[in-house]
Write a protein that binds this ligand. Structure first.
Ligand code: FAD
Length: 277
């Protein structure tokens, strides 16, 4: 069972728990991006199982009439085994989801997977006429070129600062430089991208910037935040713009919970307070 401490960041161990969390968020005007925890599978079977679980999830979302979509890590669908396995699993999930009008996001993992992830997105964005979204990382030096490549595609792009730790030859390291890259790339997306822009950030400055870029260019956009991070802000923003919460769920919650606690002092203090109380 997930301890109450981790429940802040994880929407339950089971699909039923995740769907109930989605229902509660929907009541507060927030859409939910469901991610089944698990990544870096090095065998075909768990990757196939993950794809099958996402396909049943799509059916449950559709049946329950929830405002919910999926976000999937490429290595969860077998990219560490082969690009072919990843593509065939992803195709199967996306075909299933498109038939039920459920949107599918593709998360971005470490820099060695960027090409394969972009290629899969490009193919599926055309095939589904925009039924998929891609996460891009502002810290990578290649991202401005990638955004040019993606600009004419249908679908959605989620801009994040980047959660991995690529070497300096590949990625910006300085926080201020990453923030500047984020601002520049956000502007580029609002100005040039044909689809919808998602601001995958808790940073109030970037969220305000997106609102003013929307006023300037009229490009549709949404704000996306992680479950358990700035929950109050998610609720209050949802009265002004489209807000989606990224909510992971499933049995493999422990590593994800540690990552959340380790990444920020506030989260570590929250964990400590809960243990001591
Ligand atoms: P930071 O630069 O960490 O912080 C900026 C400001 O935001 C802070 O000064 C503070 O005001 C506010 N803030 C941030 N965190 C908190 C907090 N815990 N409590 C209160 N205020 C806070 N990364 C990937 O590499 N690949 C992905 O596929 C991916 N998907 C993501 C999906 C979503 C929906 C989100 C929100 C993030 C995703 N990320 C992904 C992670 C992302 O790359 C960043 O590592 C993470 O979001 C931290 O950067 P930030 O922009 O939120 O804010």
């Amino acid at each position: 069972m997930i301890p109450p401490l981790a429940r802040r960041f994880v929407a339950g161990e089971t699909t039923a728990g995740a769907l109930e969390h989605a229902r509660q968020c929907n009541e507060e005007g927030i859409g939910v991006i469901l991610n089944q925890l698990g990544e870096h599978y090095d065998r075909r079977e768990p990757a196939k199982e993950a794809a099958a679980t996402y396909e049943s999830l799509v059916e449950e979302i559709d049946l329950a009439g929830l405002r919910a979509c999926l976000s999937i890590k490429p290595s969860q669908l077998g990219l560490d085994v082969s690009e072919q396995l990843f593509e065939s699993n992803l195709d199967s999930v996306v075909t299933h989801a498109a038939a039920r009008d459920v949107f599918v996001w593709i998360d971005m993992e470490d820099h060695e997977t960027t090409d394969a992830t972009l290629d899969a997105f490009e193919r599926l964005a055309r095939q589904t006429d925009g039924g998929v979204g891609l996460c891009v990382q502002a810290n990578l030096r290649r991202t401005p070129d990638d955004l040019e490549r993606l600009a004419d595609l249908p679908g959605k792009i989620r801009l994040v600062k980047g959660a991995y730790d690529p070497p300096p030859s590949i990625a910006l390291q300085d926080k201020a430089e990453i923030n500047q890259a984020y601002r520049d790339q956000l502007r580029y997306l609002f100005e040039h991208f044909q689809g919808e822009v998602a601001v995958g950030s808790h940073d109030p400055e970037m969220i305000d910037l997106a609102a003013s870029l929307h006023d300037e260019y009229g490009t549709p956009y949404e704000v996306q935040m992680l479950m358990g991070v700035r929950d109050d802000a998610q609720r209050s923003l949802a009265t002004d713009c489209e807000v989606w919460q990224y909510a992971p769920y499933g049995g493999e919650w422990l590593a994800y919970f540690y990552r959340r606690v380790a990444e920020r002092k506030e989260n570590a203090l929250f964990a400590l307070r809960a243990i001591l109380s």
